[in-house]
Design a protein around this ligand. Structure first.
Ligand SMILES: [Zn+2]
Length: 389
């Protein structure tokens, strides 16, 4: 018997090499004035950035505003951009075009919602678990998302992760209305990623594929997508790192990241992402790096709770193992991948002092950790983090 479920996805997904050149024809039906968010100044200046602008202009759009995401977004960054767009009258024919990694996409998603949802005085009022719990009642400005890293899958999700400073935490602005109207995944945009971004964002995608697969909220369609994503990503990531221009490897990673976003948006995540949120908000560790360090620890901590699922994943990625050993073979394969990519094994290698380990545990609680295949009491989580230190 199959349990009933919902599956949510962006309005339209366009995948393929050089498909950024079509952005104008997909943005034009959604609005006449483009509000752009770039992940970096360098990207805006490169040929790919200029081609995106040209495509919008050639389709008859006016460039109403261009913003830059300089960091993983804070609530204040969103407030500032949403106010700016509101004053520019973005509700009249505005379409948001976001080109960048998870930070740029999340900033764009949140600002697109808050530029037209003005009941609160700040994004804080709409954040999950803090603030006043206001809802996104008005449809956000339509969003066209073009990811430039193969990692977060933010292009496919219904939430934007924002940092709150007092007390420090990462929280989600979450609404089905945040889903992009069009997503253009052009793997060519990821070729210029520096090595560390390829490694960390690639391991973020792999963490998302695994955690959504074994999640307590796991569902059939996301499981099929996650298995497919992992099959491609595990062999492709080292190739994309060694040979940045390897088209096949970049395509496999961009596809895996997209599938990871679709999977996590519908199935949730787990322990590694819970701790990554705490490492990000309290210690400033970049999201992908935090996930990469935590993934092997989370797999070992969840081994018994999701033994059958890990066995299925071993099979899905083509690992051969004697009967009853496939789950361990899968965990060992992930550990080997992290070693091969020179990811730190322990939290101390991130510069985290021993005395700050315990305070990660309360900050790790929340939506991601709730999806973990088994519940973890705070004392057990602290023990695990101390072992990982
Ligand atoms: Zn992630």
């Amino acid at each position: 018997m199959l349990a009933s479920y919902d599956f949510l996805a962006p309005g339209r997904i366009l995948f393929g090499w050089d498909r950024r050149l079509e952005v104008g024809s997909h943005a034009a039906p959604l609005g006449q004035r483009a509000f752009l968010v770039w992940g970096s100044r360098a990207l805006r200046g490169r040929a790919e950035g200029r081609q995106i602008v040209d495509s919008l202009l050639n389709a008859g759009l006016e460039l109403a505003d261009e913003a830059l995401a300089t960091r993983e977004p804070l609530v204040e960054d969103v407030d500032q951009l949403a106010d700016h767009w509101h004053h520019l009258g973005a509700a009249r024919g505005g379409v948001v075009v976001a080109v960048g990694g998870g930070a740029a996409l999340d900033l764009a998603k949140a600002a697109a919602a808050l530029a037209v949802n003005r009941l609160g005085s700040s994004a804080l009022d709409y954040l999950e678990g803090v603030g006043r719990g206001l809802e996104i009642h008005t449809a956000p400005l339509p969003l066209v998302a073009l990811p430039t890293t193969a990692g977060t899958g933010s292009e496919a999700t219904k939430n934007a992760v924002l940092s709150v400073t007092d007390p420090p935490a990462k929280k989600s602005l979450r609404s089905e209305r945040l889903l992009a109207r069009a997503v253009i995944v052009d793997p060519a945009l990821t070729v210029s990623c520096p090595r560390h971004v390829t490694v960390h964002s690639g391991l973020d995608a792999i963490t998302q594929l695994i955690e959504s697969y074994v999640s307590r909220r796991s569902k059939p369609i996301p499981r099929a997508l996650a298995a497919e994503g992992l099959r491609g990503a595990i062999p492709a990531l080292p190739r994309a790192v060694e040979e940045p221009a390897d088209r096949t490897a970049r395509e496999a990673m961009a596809h895996a990241a997209l599938l990871s976003g679709l999977a996590l948006a519908n199935s949730g995540l787990g322990l590694a992402h819970g701790v990554a949120a705490a490492l990000g908000s309290l210690e400033g560790v970049p999201h992908g790096l935090a996930c990469a360090v935590m993934l092997p620890w989370a797999l070992r901590a969840n081994r018994e709770a999701c033994f059958p699922q890990l066995t299925e994943l071993a099979d899905a990625v083509g690992l051969e193992a004697p009967r009853g050993t496939a789950a361990d073979r899968f965990i060992a394969r992930i550990e080997q991948l992290c070693l091969e990519l020179q990811v730190p094994v322990r939290l101390r290698e991130l510069g985290l002092p021993r005395e700050r380990v315990a305070r990660l545990a309360p900050a790790a609680k929340g939506n991601s950790l709730d999806g973990n295949p088994r519940p973890l009491a705070e004392a057990e989580l602290i023990e695990l983090l101390e072992a990982a230190w």
